[in-house]
Design a protein around this ligand. Structure first.
Ligand SMILES: *[C@@H]1O[C@H](CO)[C@@H](O)[C@H](O)[C@H]1NC(C)=O
Length: 152
């Protein structure tokens, strides 16, 4: 029993905590599915507490229903319905964080180490993560997650 618990917690530490994600309204479901997202460190997957200036490993599994030679990616925080890009990852080369090219129905994993800028507001807000086909931005994968961002 103890052995199982130790092994499970080791696995959780390595992979991160599975977080609750929501779909992005504007992205039709048949374009891309996102099956799971994980953040480490994160104690509560319903609302991870992230600290500014610290590095957080974020990964997610997605299956595009399109092919693309190159991907772009960006992360935003959503403030009063507006998507405000994180300077750290805005219109970035997605192929640095997942394998390219992508093919329809082939599962992908994107891994990113996010260091939150001290300039970000503190508080609880949704973030939006997008990955899209550079050649056709309508082909995109997108999810929302709720984070609590604090100074320390
Ligand atoms: C992939 O997209 C096509 C249309 O482009 C659609 O007919 C099909 O159902 C989609 N597949 C999945 C798994 O969503």
């Amino acid at each position: 029993m103890l052995r199982t618990i130790v092994l499970l917690s080791l696995a959780a530490a390595a992979l991160g905590t599975v977080i609750k994600i929501d779909k992005c309204e504007k992205v039709p479901e048949d374009v891309c599915t996102i099956s799971e997202s994980r953040i480490s460190p994160c104690v509560n997957g319903n609302e991870c507490k992230l600290k500014k200036g610290k590095e957080h490993a974020i990964s997610f599994d997605f299956t595009p229903n399109f092919s693309a030679e190159k991907l772009k990616t960006a992360v935003y925080y959503v403030n009063r319905g507006m998507d405000i890009p994180f300077a750290e990852l805005n219109d970035a080369d997605g192929c640095l964080y997942t394998t390219c090219p992508v093919a329809p129905g082939v599962p992908q994993q994107l891994n990113y180490k996010l260091r939150l800028s001290k300039k970000l507001p503190s508080g609880n807000f949704p973030i939006k993560w997008r990955v899209w086909n550079e050649a056709n931005p309508a082909q995109e994968c997108c999810f929302l997650a709720h984070l609590a961002i604090s100074r320390r």
